[in-house]
Write a protein that binds this ligand. Structure first.
Ligand code: TYM
Length: 332
């Protein structure tokens, strides 16, 4: 059976980008068609300046939101990365497989390191080695597919390289996985700056729709979205990035084609109104289920406990075999 692994980092409140780019596929299709594991990757949240209490709170919130979005523990495994030691155990072996040059070529590293330096911060070593930990997340489970948004494609490509290199040098240990991107909304852009990605850790929040935003807040954010000069509605990422972003969001919410939708609008106002309504309707059940789950924290705890146990039992044999293959002596 196909094995699927994906993860989400608790560095901020989950956004519409996370939902349309990744979580919705996990809920609607992945958990039903494969053996699927979804992980709140809290260790990754420590790679940038962080507040311990906030990371802990956001980890719980992310797990709760994944369940609220529709991940069903009867169909998939939901767990927290730091509860399963195999991730860090394997990351070290992969650090011994990867090169410094490969890490420094990663776009996200370059962008995040530049941002840290620009604000006077220092760059944590773990930010550089981040993609190795991500590769360990995936390879520990022998995942065939990794459903992610477009911004993670380069990391999955690196994971493939590391898996193939390890297998070639030390004998077959890992499945070589592939990224699976959604056809629409693989990169949802910021509503105020449609040339940059809608990201959960950005400081300026007026262009970001959060999954837990109240309907009137969602409406306001979408209605105030930056559109482009001119008045025609065309699907053109280069020429009309603002309008194209709204078309992608509306298309993803309504399961229609963004090009077809473009032809049916004569004004920006109508497009914004329909997009705002569609997003509100999409998120309404998620917000409602989240509120119900918050009233029953014991249920979330139990899902995460059982999830970690299941994840551990799947990862341990793969990671133990990799330890032997690379030349480490078995414990006596
Ligand atoms: P993270 O937490 O930034 O994002 C979680 C998922 O949401 C997708 N995504 C988006 N998709 C479309 N438009 C956007 N604006 C947008 N913003 C985020 C991301 O592509 C991702 O699929 N490194 C990962 C977490 C991770 C992981 C893994 C993922 C760690 N280990 C192993 C897969 C497999 C990250 O930072 O995602």
């Amino acid at each position: 059976m196909t094995r699927i692994f994906s993860g989400i980092k608790p560095t901020g409140h989950l956004t519409l980008g996370n939902y349309l780019g990744a979580v919705r596929q996990w809920v609607d299709t992945d958990q039903h068609r494969a053996e699927a594991l979804f992980c709140v990757v809290d260790l990754h949240a420590l790679t940038v300046e962080h507040d311990p209490a906030r990371v802990r709170r956001l980890s719980r919130q992310a797990a709760t939101l994944l369940l609220a979005a529709g991940l069903d523990p009867a169909h998939c495994t939901v767990f927290v990365q730091s509860h399963v030691d195999e991730h860090t155990r394997l990351a070290y072996l992969l650090e011994c497989t990867a090169t410094d040059g490969e890490m420094r070529r990663m776009i996200q590293y370059k962008e995040k390191a530049a941002r840290e330096r620009a604000t006077g911060g220092s760059v944590r070593l773990s930010l550089l080695t981040y993609p190795v930990l991500m590769a360990a997340d995936i390879l520990a489970y022998g995942a065939d597919e990794v459903p992610v948004g477009d911004d993670q494609a380069q990391h999955v490509e690196l994971t493939r390289d590391l898996a193939a290199r390890f297998n070639q040098r030390y004998g077959h240990a890992f499945t070589v996985p592939r990224a699976v991107l959604p056809t629409v909304a693989a990169r949802v852009m910021d509503l105020q700056d449609p040339t940059s990605k809608m990201g959960k850790s950005h400081a300026e929040t007026s262009g970001i729709v959060y999954l837990l935003d109240e309907p009137d807040v969602v409406h306001k954010k979408v209605m105030r979205a930056v559109t482009d000069s001119g008045s025609e509605v065309t699907y053109d990422r280069e020429g009309q990035p603002g309008v194209t972003n709204l078309l992608e969001i509306l298309a993803a919410c309504t399961h229609r084609s963004p090009v077809e939708l473009a032809a049916s609008y004569a004004s920006y106002g109508a497009l914004k109104r329909d997009t705002a309504d569609a997003v509100v309707e999409l998120l309404r059940p998620v917000r409602e289920r989240h509120a119900r789950l918050c009233a029953d924290p014991g249920h979330v705890d139990e899902v995460l406990r059982a999830g970690a146990e299941q994840a551990r039992s799947l990862a341990r044999p793969t990671v133990d075999a990799a330890y032997r293959a690379i030349g480490l002596m078995p414990p006596l």
